[in-house]
Ligand binder design. Structure first.
Ligand SMILES: Nc1nc2c(c(=O)[nH]1)N[C@H]1C(S)=C(S)[C@@H](COP(=O)(O)O)O[C@H]1N2
Ligand SMILES: [Mo]
Length: 537
């Protein structure tokens, strides 16, 4: 094979074929292209290796790919997905590899005549990749290091390879000798390429495995064995200003003592069940995910919610019934409470009965069809219908201690709050807002609406009082379950322009009327009817 590169006078190929200008021989032109490809490969391989010591998102291959995904217009994404389906990612990476190969090959080709320019171009490519790495939201300046180190290694190697392959200094050598040294250079180039390919491949494999492990929940949120009934469309009252019947996770109220959200790695997470049990049980995240899952719509409420407040939210939770796991551990006689503990030290005392009486008390991993957001307890939290969050809804859960109220005290109970916290009947006016304006319809009527909840009992009636009038029965939106809030609406036909007041009260599914006795949130939840003033225009 003719590995010769040109020198001004041309060379004689080992096969004896005379080549006036060796660049015209295919192998002669391909050698610098190979040098470009190998240097490009080396850039990525070194960067991937160095990235193992940095954040996973500092590796250029994936970062450039995701930058690309963000940059391409949505219709291209839709087209690609419609063409190749779930192969979109492999196709993306393959196309990236092809484009990158063409670019680096071209740089090598240019380098045959203009090695300095080739060095500059490869540097430019490396810097461009580094900039794209920096566009990733989670990346900082430090994440530039892997790509820049890769570039710093690859550029001099490109120059060396180009020089070696061109047989620089060949005019001082015998033609045979020059050809031989070029052949040796080609072997070295190939060797560097193979090492870079293997090294980079292994580094990428290790990086990808780590990433997969870290985000396991992103991919394997299991299907429920017991699915929740679909939410009836008529549950949502169609009135502007009404909250959505299912609260999106991003709008879900957040209450906790954590100054910075605890970051829990699901691959090392464990749930330990101990205390008054026959045998301790420890579950890994994977083991938890393998358990039969239950899906339930449950409205959470905070004990600190004032009358008429919005520290309540309704979500579809996916998780393992707490009772199943307690049964496996074997609860001993005398126990009456489970103290759940968060990785950040927060604890909640939940009456044992609420976890074993068959309600949808869950060790939850999913919220509205997605893994829990970090602010809402990722990867695992507790959800218990009918109890305020502070005695039941431990986020970043890691421990269940079966115990007795007489022996253990939870976080808020040592700070003046009741050790038990059943949710009180609540109802509020959402439309109008307090001191808001309502515009009457053509016939003089105005639409009023709101929300009511009494988890575990459900809502059987909502009544509204306008000014000092009679209590009128509001129309209820379709109920989802006893554990979720209900929306109500009322068409006030004879609304007169001017200032008015509105009060609301609910009756639960057991016939108990919400008390009008005013109580502050501490120690066990606010009570009283929600009354606001508003104006009809
Ligand atoms: N680890 C931890 N879990 C916690 C809390 C907390 O402070 N730390 N607060 C609880 C309280 S008071 C409430 S009302 C709910 C709120 O859950 P959310 O933030 O997902 O709405 O979480 C509960 N779980
Ligand atoms: Mo709360």
């Amino acid at each position: 094979m003719n590995t010769g590169q040109s020198d001004p006078g041309g060379t004689v190929a080992p096969g004896g074929r005379s080549a006036p200008n060796d660049r015209s021989a295919p192998a002669g032109r391909l050698a610098p292209v190979l040098a470009g490809l190998v240097s490009g490969l080396l850039l990525v391989a070194v960067a991937e290796l160095v990235a193992l010591g940095f954040s996973s998102s500092s590796a250029p291959f994936v970062a450039v790919g995701s930058a690309f995904v963000d940059i391409v217009p949505p219709w291209v994404k839709d087209l690609v997905i419609s063409l190749v389906g779930t192969w979109d990612k492999p196709v993306l990476f393959a196309s990236m590899a092809v484009v990158y190969g063409v670019l680096t090959g071209l740089i090598g080709w240019i380098g045959a005549r203009r090695p300095a320019l080739a060095g500059i171009l490869l540097t430019g490519l490396g810097v461009l990749a580094a900039v794209l790495v920096l566009t990733r939201a989670q990346n900082s300046v430090l994440d530039l290091v892997p790509t820049l180190v890769g570039t710093l290694v690859a550029v001099p190697v490109l120059r060396l390879l180009l020089r070696a392959l061109s047989g620089s200094g060949a005019d001082q050598e015998e033609p045979d000798q020059a050809a031989w040294s070029r052949r040796r250079a080609l072997v070295v180039t190939g060797g560097v390429g193979v090492v870079a390919l293997i090294g980079g491949g292994v580094a990428r494999g290790v990086g990808a495995a780590r990433e997969r492990a870290r985000t396991i929940a992103q991919f394997v949120l299991p299907r429920p064995e017991t699915a929740a009934d679909p939410i009836p469309e008529a549950a949502q009252v169609q009135l502007e200003g009404m909250p959505p019947i299912l609260t999106p996770a991003a709008d879900f109220y957040r209450i906790d003592t954590a100054l910075s959200v605890p970051r829990v790695d699901p691959t090392t997470w464990e749930l330990r069940i101990h205390g008054l049990v026959d045998r301790e049980v420890t579950l890994t995240f994977e083991e938890l995910l393998a358990e039969p899952m239950v899906e339930a719509h449950v409205t959470l409420a905070c004990v600190s919610n004032p009358v008429g407040g919005d520290l309540a939210g309704n979500a579809t939770w996916l998780g393992v019934p707490v009772g199943t796991l307690l049964e496996r551990a074997g609860v001993q006689d005398g126990a009456d409470m489970v103290l759940s503990r968060s990785v950040d030290g927060f604890t909640a005392s939940t009456p044992l009965e609420a976890l074993t009486d068959g309600r949808d008390a869950l060790i939850a991993v999913g919220m509205n069809g997605e893994p829990l957001p970090e602010e809402h307890g990722y990867p695992v939290r507790m959800v218990v219908p009918g109890l305020y969050g502070y005695v039941s809804a431990t986020k970043w859960l890691t421990e269940l201690k079966v115990t007795r109220f007489a022996d253990d005290v939870a976080y808020w109970s040592t700070r003046g709050w009741s050790e038990r916290g059943p949710i009180k009947i609540a109802s509020r006016v959402d439309v109008p807002r307090s001191f808001g304006d309502l515009t009457a319809e053509a016939d003089g009527a105005v639409m009023l609406g709101g929300t009511a909840w009494a988890q575990q009992r459900g809502i059987s009636r909502v009544e509204v009082q306008l000014d000092d009038g009679e209590w009128r029965e509001a129309e209820l939106g379709a109920a989802i379950s006893e554990d979720t809030w209900v929306q109500w609406s009322l068409r006030w036909e004879d609304a007169s322009p001017g200032d008015h007041s509105i009060s609301v009260r609910a009756t639960d599914g057991e016939g108990e009327l919400q008390t009008d006795e005013r109580a502050a949130p501490a120690p066990d939840g606010a009570s009283g009817w929600h009354t606001i003033r508003f104006t009809v225009a």
